[in-house]
Design a protein around this ligand. Structure first.
Ligand SMILES: *Cc1c(COP(=O)(O)O)cnc(C)c1O
Length: 391
């Protein structure tokens, strides 16, 4: 599940999985469901010739997405990473600033901070939400701290109430990286709309997709306007007048056409995701050595991919061996992300035991919205068999 380039189906795979992917019964980790108006809308782009970010679907997609997230403004972008970068720059984060980032996240969260010229400060995650630990974050605040990024990892909302209090107390920008959590809720409020600004990815394996793409959402009109201007080469209403140095981070009409069709089916896709998670949970809960994440009260998680932990001693095999055994059966999985302090650009000697404990034991199961109940049962059965026979 680490974010891979290219279509979800053709992700870079280990040799073992690549062999498996030629089998007729290969089950990919995330197959998108494009069975709504996607084809019709894309066809409209081709017929009318509007294929760039100047086309009408971009605005329609932004309106629909904002409405679905219950926020006033949405700005469509070329990727989740460019949305994060724009959000930081539009919020005034830059050189000399420190930004608190959870040590366990997809690497783009920290990369965006570096792209903005600021310094990511890695913070331990907390064991229930898997999000940035508000107490540990407080300990890392300095006079240079300008923002906190809450990541809703694997669809599980971070502790937003505590983070909001912390941000308010220290006058920090609170940014949500909701790339993996479209539709998740905290106290009845959709993630992305809880902090000052929220960012979503629309990559092919995310909950809603445009193939490649992203969205920034906010209730702050000035921030939205500035993000939009920065996205479009820093140009305002006056053509070719560029008062600031911007980027070329627009979403194309083709992508937005797919995005609009996806948002139209948001509730339906979320319902399917819930059913997938429930079916997996029912089947896996009874297998010795499998641990599933719990949801905090007041929080509605969403199933981006289906995450689970393997307790080697009880299960009989470790995470990597289980992944290999599933790959041999044509079932593609993804290991949990490495904690950032283990990656060369962010290497630290500091220890982050909570993140390390999760990262080394977890994997994500196939769980794209197009997966069938039979396919889910096949995965559960395979894990049961691997547990019973040790491989
Ligand atoms: C996928 C993802 C991103 C990046 O999104 P792209 O659209 O691939 O640029 C950022 N943060 C998290 C947590 C992600 O999962």
């Amino acid at each position: 599940m680490g974010k891979d380039r290219g279509p979800a189906r053709a992700a870079p795979l280990s040799d073992r999985v690549r062999v498996a992917s030629r089998q007729a019964d290969f089950l990919p980790v995330a197959r998108p469901d494009l069975s709504g108006n996607e084809r019709r809308y894309v066809d409209e782009c081709l017929t009318t010739g509007w294929i760039s970010s100047a086309g009408p679907f971009v605005h329609r997609f932004e309106e629909a997405f904002a409405h679905a997230c219950e926020v006033p403004y949405a700005v469509a972008t070329s990727s989740g990473t460019s949305a994060l970068h724009l959000a930081l720059v539009a919020a005034g984060i830059g050189p000399g600033d420190e930004v608190l980032v959870p040590v366990w996240t997809f690497v783009a969260t920290a990369n965006a901070v570096v792209h903005a010229g600021a310094r990511p400060v890695l913070v331990e995650v907390e064991p229930v939400s898997w999000g940035i630990d508000p107490q540990k974050a407080a300990q890392k605040i300095t006079s240079r701290t300008a923002a906190i990024i809450a990541v809703h990892l694997y669809g599980h909302p971070a502790d937003m109430a505590a983070l909001r209090r912390l941000a308010r107390r220290h006058a920090l920008v609170l940014l949500e990286d909701a790339a993996e959590a479209h539709g998740a809720e905290v106290d009845g409020q959709r993630v992305g709309s809880v902090g000052d600004v929220g960012c979503f990815s629309m990559f092919a394996n995310k909950i809603l997709t445009t193939g490649e793409g992203g969205v920034l959402v906010t209730g702050n009109r000035r921030l939205a306007d500035l993000a939009r201007r920065l996205r479009d080469h820093g140009m305002g209403r006056r053509r070719y007048w560029h008062p600031v140095i911007g980027y070329s981070y627009g979403m194309s009409n083709l992508q937005a056409a797919i995005g609009l069709a996806q948002v139209e089916r948001f509730d339906e896709l979320l319902k399917r995701k819930d059913a997938i998670a429930e079916r997996y949970a029912r089947g896996l809960r009874v297998i010795p050595g499998i641990r599933l994440p719990e949801a905090r009260s007041g929080v509605r998680p969403v199933c981006w991919l289906f995450p689970m932990l393997v307790e080697r001693r009880t299960f009989g095999l470790g995470r990597d061996a289980l992944m290999r055994a599933l790959a041999a059966r044509g079932i593609e999985t993804r290991p949990f992300f490495y904690p950032l302090h283990r990656l060369p650009p962010y290497r630290l000697r500091e220890r982050f035991p909570v993140a390390e404990g999760f990262a080394s034991r977890g994997l994500n199961l196939p769980s794209g919205p197009a997966i069938t109940d039979d396919e889910i049962d096949r995965v559960i059965e395979a894990i049961r068999e691997i547990q019973r026979h040790g491989g």
